[in-house]
Design a protein around this ligand. Structure first.
Ligand code: BGC
Length: 354
């Protein structure tokens, strides 16, 4: 019975979603973009909005319209918008995404596109999915059943990322099945959309060998995350097992650089075999490490990735690991310089954009 009700709700959602597509300026020719070119366009990026109060109350948003412009002027080409929709979706309401939540997303997408940024819509419900992947599956699919048709007319600088960091109970085998189902949902309305997919085990490089993508899917960018060595990047981080670790430096020795290079080589070899581009969707070091070490590490990871032709996205703009100090309204200069060498903070002559 429950299944019948659920099927009905999901069908109802699909119908509602299909009638709610956002209208974008017409695209001249709708054709499948080249995933490698798309990846090049992603270039340097930053994760945004994941833990912002804006999703609960628009008036309390920390991230403002001007930050899209600052990101662009600061030398970045893309943003990865981290989405936590599950707490807003209710089974009794057919997992419908609420209008006010969608309005924030529409706003963010519109403002990012106005700055000619590439945008990844990243479903960031990795913890909720791992807590109960079977119970959460209808909600997971319902999300894409609404988001895909809504943005089917969006230009090709909008990409969909199926799920951030599948982990724990979401085994590689389960993930290979779930990603196919979500991809099928996306492809129904978005045959040309570039889709970002990472391996299980927290998008870890070593889990790539267990990632099984549909052979005929060429419009895919593969993502990995990198926080090694964890005792350095996550020292003092309450949510990690390194919460009691402190004082670990990263000085940029040959050995330290070599270990990044060797880890990235593993991913690159996988990418060469599968002929797919790589996007480093998250990296960075938490605030408890000393700033000099953080800046050295951040620069080293970014440069090794760039040397391999990867695009990347720093974790993250606001909240923690911050790149921009919203309260002081200024860049965290050592991190900014590490990411975009010789970056200077430019102010826009456009007063009305403030
Ligand atoms: C999580 C954050 C966490 C970061 C580094 C991200 O994927 O969403 O909560 O701070 O990884 O651990």
């Amino acid at each position: 019975m429950l299944t019948v009700v659920r099927r009905f709700s999901l069908l109802a959602i699909a119908v509602i979603a299909a009638t709610c597509a956002i209208v974008f300026a017409p695209v001249v020719t709708a054709q499948t973009p080249d995933a490698f070119e798309q990846n090049e366009r992603l270039g340097r990026g930053v994760n945004i909005l994941g833990y912002d109060r804006i999703w609960r109350d628009r008036s309390e948003g920390r991230f403002q319209e001007k930050h899209f412009r600052l990101i662009k002027e600061g030398g970045f080409q893309s943003v990865r918008i981290n989405l936590h929709p599950f707490r807003h979706m209710k089974a009794e309401d057919g997992y419908r995404l609420p209008d006010d939540w969608l309005a924030v997303l529409d706003w963010a997408l519109e403002k990012a596109l106005e700055q000619d940024l590439m945008v990844i819509l990243d479903l960031h419900e990795f913890n909720a999915m791992a807590d109960d992947p079977v119970a959460r599956k209808p909600m997971f699919l319902a999300f894409w059943q609404q988001i895909a048709p809504r943005f089917k007319e969006a230009p090709d600088n909008v990409l969909f990322e199926i799920l951030n960091e599948p982990n724990r109970t979401v085994t590689p085998e389960m993930w290979n099945a779930y990603l196919r189902e979500a991809l099928d949902v996306i492809r129904e309305t978005n045959p040309h959309r570039t889709v970002v997919i990472g391996p299980a085990h927290w998008n870890g490089i070593r889990a790539l060998e267990e990632l099984d993508l549909p052979e005929d899917e060429r419009n895919v960018i593969v993502t990995v995350h990198y926080y090694s060595p964890m005792e350095f990047t996550h020292q003092g981080a309450a949510w990690s097992s390194y919460r009691d670790t402190s004082g670990v430096e990263w000085t940029g020795t040959d050995e330290e650089i070599e270990s990044i290079v060797n880890d990235f080589k593993v991913a690159q070899q996988w990418a060469d075999v599968h002929e797919l581009p790589i996007y480093l969707g998250e990296f960075g070091a938490y605030e408890k490490a000393d700033m000099d070490s953080r800046a050295r590490y951040t620069a080293a990871v970014a440069r090794v990735a760039e040397g391999l032709g990867w695009s990347w996205s720093y974790w993250q703009f606001d909240s923690d690991f911050i790149l921009y100090d919203i309260d002081a309204d200024e860049w965290v200069e050592p991190i900014h310089q590490a990411l975009v060498p010789a970056a200077t903070t430019r102010t826009s002559p456009c007063k009305s954009c403030q």
